[in-house]
Design a protein around this ligand. Structure first.
Ligand code: GLG
Length: 805
């Protein structure tokens, strides 16, 4: 890309604006100002985009296709500017034109095409693939409506449609000439031709056109621009098609209409199965079409293509690739199977049983008769081959088909060459428990790839103050080599640097406090401890434990008027799946205690509760740099990895946590003095489960603090609660507290008391914040992605920046 100075930028921007809108930028809305800038930015990377794609093809480089039902990219303007190396120029140029970059940037919609960690991880990976110069593409769904927009009415969560495309989407390019057809329903028959070869014929299928929309994934100042391809379902056109009825039109439109709003919780509906096959089939077809242009023998497919399936949602890519290789390209079962296994790899993101996808065979057969035949045959051969080796019991436990259902994780493991967990602890749990039978069969397929986050969005863009501090102390190498952040350790005793860490944090807290004041009409003190829990609302993540601590603290302050403890602001951001009743009750509870506490002047502002509405990537960018304390309090063994834990650490928050997910690795890097660990370990949880002796009512009866806090839920102390108080109380006392909150209560409260004490000593606290920042480098997604590339995808040689100039 050609470099541009401030005055060139201003000229181009004015011209671009005029061309698009035929009036002056000064009279425009933020959204219009953004659109013009977006188009200008797109012009800047378009030649690199084309060149990257061409080069991959000319060099016949091996490419990876990351199949994911969810992507959560966040607003793309600043990320593109940063990666193109023109963030400063544009900021300055806009300022000279009387515009503020942040304002203009807020004119962009934040596409919520994902639920939480899994979708955001996919987007961090897209950024890292391009930024490390690796040939990697995304493959997903262009949902017409993203994840619902959350509103609170009387403290209850209300879901509104998120029409993110209403003003168009600057970044995408519709590629109608690359469309493919995806078939549903009908019947299949196998018929011999004149030479006796079998042919598959389809009858009465519903044919749907999958149209790709491509979005550039711009690498960090390296000239690489990769592709994210999202598919949209449309009615096929052409003379062979009659004009569709309204019902047919709606049926087609529905497929890519909206994102399923469940996180770690699986909802089995026909439409979801359609979505899964739709984007898996379209993706595989387009990959195969690309491979055919290379004019190589089919056996080279795994040398040129890697397909990664992000959780089990895209597992139908396995039978789909088999189908294409056999039915359309005439390969034998054995050839197709070898190629498929070598091409595909799979990541598991959760061990929660309710999240394990299973589809009824009948439903699958109705919708995808040929795919079902192939799955049944994969299963038959698996059982036939493995039973003599491993015996009937073990082999049957690994069957893909059982009790009238198809188990997607089993298919994903059997039909791929690699399965990885997302943190060391999680991978160990997969190996030793959840997928132990498979581990006995295929020990070499199992590996760990601890998650990572892109430091570009989560540090450089969201925390410019800290970025400057790093640049001025340790230089700028860390931006391309995040491990360099460790150099900051050398400043741990430097009082000036520690004071700056404090000042940067205070600025970020003021920025968030301003948002809270303007949007929520709550005044919070930037000098208070900002205690943050941001993640989907789920019982296993134990937001309720956080609530119990708040209530305990409330009681303590009430009992001790004038007590001298640091102020705390408890900050929550969380959406609940619309059908997850209990999670929604907890949302109501948090809002009710916020209402009670924030309006109680006798508390002297010692506690405030802020529950932001509609938490998503953009709000995370505002909250994370302002956090002092990071809450990672899931029941040990339940959170596969977590990724907000890494972002918060990199921004200098201290973690209060159970030994769960990737937090265990955070502990290893940062050391026990710089983190607050509490509660049961995974082994202790396992033991307690096995002993079957847990009695939450006994804790309630014997522990006065617990009793007092829980009674608040049912004795009318919290205004505005209806059934929620009783239901939540019952979940903890009557139904034996499934996630062991009461068991971990005391040690959690004690850890918080320690935080109160430690926060008082500013210098020590800042030193520990510094050590957290300094230890966060290994969690850069650049390293994670390099490990995927080397160990799973075997991407081999890559373009060097010198080749690109
Ligand atoms: C999952 C897990 C998280 C994990 C994320 C990305 O629950 O612990 O960090 O994937 O691997 N469903 C998720 O968000």
């Amino acid at each position: 890309m050609q470099k541009m100075d401030v005055s060139q930028f201003k000229d181009r921007y004015k011209k671009k604006f005029q061309e698009r809108f035929a009036f002056n930028y000064e009279n425009a809305t933020k959204q219009e100002q953004f659109v013009a800038l977006g188009h200008l930015v797109k012009d800047l990377y378009s030649s690199d985009w084309k060149e990257t794609v061409d080069t991959y093809q000319e060099n016949k480089q091996k490419q990876v296709y990351y199949f994911s039902m969810e992507f959560l990219p966040g607003r793309m303007l600043k990320s593109n500017l940063l990666n193109l190396g023109i963030l400063d120029v544009v900021q300055e140029g806009l300022a000279e034109l009387g515009l503020d970059l942040d304002e203009v940037a807020s004119g962009e919609m934040d596409p919520a095409l994902g639920n939480g960690g899994l979708g955001r991880l996919a987007s961090c990976f897209m950024d890292s693939l391009a930024s490390t110069g690796l040939p990697g593409n995304g493959n997903g769904i262009r949902y017409r409506y993203g994840l619902f927009k959350q509103k609170f009415i009387d403290g209850h969560q209300i879901e509104l449609p998120e029409n993110w495309l209403r003003n168009g989407n600057v970044w995408e390019v519709r590629r109608e000439n690359k469309a493919v057809t995806v078939r549903f329903g009908g019947q299949v028959s196998l018929e011999p031709d004149n030479e006796g070869n079998m042919h598959v014929t389809y009858h009465n299928t519903q044919n749907i056109l999958a149209v790709p929309y491509d979005t550039a994934m711009v690498g960090y100042q390296n000239g690489t621009v990769n592709n994210l391809r999202l598919w949209s379902a449309e009615i096929p056109y052409g003379e062979e098609y009659l004009f569709p009825t309204e019902e047919e039109r709606n049926g087609v439109k529905q497929i890519t209409e909206y994102l399923y709003p469940d996180d770690s919780n699986y909802e089995g509906l026909l439409l979801r199965l359609k979505q899964e096959y739709f984007f898996s089939s379209a993706g595989v077809q387009s990959v195969v079409r690309y491979f055919k242009q290379l004019n190589l023998d089919w056996s080279y497919l795994p040398d040129k293509i890697a397909i990664h399936i992000n959780d089990t949602h895209p597992t139908l890519a396995i039978p789909e690739l088999m189908r294409i290789l056999m039915d359309e390209e005439g390969l034998s079962w054995e050839q197709a199977w070898e190629i498929t296994k070598k091409t595909i790899s799979y990541t598991n993101h959760t061990i929660l049983q309710e999240a394990m996808e299973r589809w009824s065979i009948d439903m699958m057969n109705l919708l995808l008769p040929r795919i079902t035949q192939i799955i049944m045959e994969i299963n038959r051969r698996h059982i036939e081959k493995k039973t003599p080796l491993y015996g009937e019991d073990l082999t049957n436990r690994t069957a893909i088909v059982a009790n009238g259902e198809i188990k997607m994780a089993n298919l994903a493991i059997i039909g791929s060459h690699s399965i990885n967990g997302v943190a060391k602890l999680h991978t160990n749990i997969l190996i030793n428990h959840t997928l132990h039978d498979f581990y006995l069969m295929y020990p070499n397929k199992f590996n760990n790839k601890t998650n990572g986050v892109t430091m570009r969005r989560w540090l450089q863009i969201s925390n410019p103050g800290l970025t400057d501090l790093l640049d001025e102390t340790i230089g700028t190498e860390w931006k391309t080599n995040a491990n360099d952040i460790i150099l900051l350790k050398a400043y741990a005793e430097d009082k000036e640097v520690l004071a700056r860490i404090d000042a940067v944090k205070l600025e970020n807290k003021k920025r968030f406090a301003k948002y809270v004041s303007e949007e929520m009409d709550i005044e919070i003190d930037p000098n208070a401890i900002f205690d943050v829990q941001i993640k989907r609302l789920h019982a296993y993540k134990r937001q309720l434990l956080n609530v119990l601590h708040i209530l305990d603290r409330y009681q303590y302050i009430k009992d001790n008027p004038g007590v001298d403890i640091p102020k705390r602001v408890f900050i929550f951001g969380a959406k609940a799946a619309p059908s997850y009743h209990y999670a929604k009750q907890i949302i109501k509870l948090i809002n009710a205690i916020a209402e009670m506490i924030n309006n109680d002047s006798s508390l002297n502002d010692l506690i405030k509760v802020v529950f932001v509405e509609n938490y998503g990537v953009s709000l995370a960018e505002l909250i994370i740099p302002a956090a002092d304390v990071s809450e990672q309090i899931s029941l040990a063994g339940k959170e596969a990895s977590g990724t907000s834990n890494m972002k918060l650490m990199a921004n200098g928050a201290l973690t209060i946590a159970t030994m769960d997910g990737a937090t265990v690795e955070i502990y290893d890097y940062v050391g026990e003095e710089n983190i607050y660990i509490f509660g049961m370990s995974n082994e202790e949880v396992q033991k307690l489960n096995a002993a079957n002796s847990y009695n939450s009512r006994e804790i309630y009866e014997k522990n006065p603090a617990v009793k007092r806090v829980l009674n608040m839920l049912i004795d009318g102390s919290i205004p505005g609660l209806e059934d929620e108080g009783q239901d939540i109380f019952d979940s903890l006392v009557k139904y034996n507290d499934e996630y062991y909150l009461l068991k971990d209560f005391d040690s959690y409260i004690n850890a918080h008391k320690q935080i109160d004490k430690d926060f008082r000593n500013r210098e020590t606290w800042n030193r520990r914040a510094l050590l957290n920042i300094a230890s966060s480098g290994p969690f850069s997604a650049d390293y994670t992605i390099e490990r995927y590339a080397d160990e799973i995808w075997k991407l081999g040689a890559q373009r060097e920046p010198e080749d690109l100039i």
